[in-house]
Ligand binder design. Sequence first.
Ligand code: AMP
Ligand code: MG
Length: 351
Amino acid sequence: MNSMENHYLDLSKCNHSSWEALQKPAEILRNGGLVLFPTETVYGLGANGLDDLAVKRIYQAKGRESDNPLILHVSDFSMLPSIVKDISPLEKKLLTAFWPGPFTLILPHTAQVPSSVTAGLSTVGVRMPSHSIARWLIHYAGVPIAAPSANVSGKPSGTKLSDVQEELLDKVDFMIDGGECDIGLESTVVQVIDDIPHLLRPGKITPEQIKSICGKVIIDPHILGKTEDDVPILSPGMRYRHYAPNTPCLLVCSKDNQKKVAKIKELKQHYLRPLILCSSENLADYSSSLAFSYGSQYNLEEVSHSIFHLLRQVDSYQPDMVFIEGVAKEGLGLAIMNRLLRACEFQVIEV
Ligand code: AMP
Ligand code: MG
């Protein structure tokens, strides 16, 4: 990126008259450039999803494995026929229910979609974000935008521009600041197989919500479990190390809140500089340690909003161990636990 001032737009406190300013980054996208932009889930690193070379730049910028496919983002339903085909009535029902919003559906793709987007698969993930900046940007670009989370692969996704601008500064052509992302976790990913929705990645749209639309949902076992090399998986992203700070992390779970706190207090004694991520209700219990609240255990929206930012901060305190309190695996809790298990590289204690 050359001169920052000409390639940066602050829309964090914007009003509707500011959308016109998105014409410039939209043109950069159309011409093969990379644009960092906000969505309601996390920040995205976008490229023209029909331009093979532009898409390859995303993999380079992130250091992303080339067999981990990208999601195409659309601004309205009229963009769909050019990229996906054979949408079943059940799939239509899901799209109508959850779009625009944090919901990605895996569908068979047309010949127009470059194999760099799909990593050679016959399907592609599609999403229509609800965030106004993302929608207008894609609308002005006039093409579907391939966009993974804006972060170097393996690191926690960016939920505010300041979290990721440094690591991606030299690699993008334009940055848009839209303030903090509302949800803070990536989209729910679903594939319908034999007329049954399979949940491949949990997010803000919960299995319960999907079930209420379709009557059924299968939760892929890899969502809360490790993948094995010889076991086939439905989504390549399940294989990769994700969201992990450099410091080792341990997830401590219990249905009994007091037991969870007691276990962390016991374990932390073995470390010189432990750091704890906990619920606001338990923060006072760790007053003698370096401890940070991720929000109320009774308000999981608060937890999902703050968790990636906190995970990005922990290394800067130079702890020798990070203890993270688990949350209940229900509703949005399933998505939070999916990310925390990966942040802890499946090091987990259940008490
Ligand atoms: P990210 O781009 O970081 O939000 O991750 C996108 C997620 O969607 C990854 O876990 C991918 O493996 C998954 N994904 C993308 N396309 C497909 C597809 N065609 N089939 C299954 N999973 C997919
Ligand atoms: Mg990602």
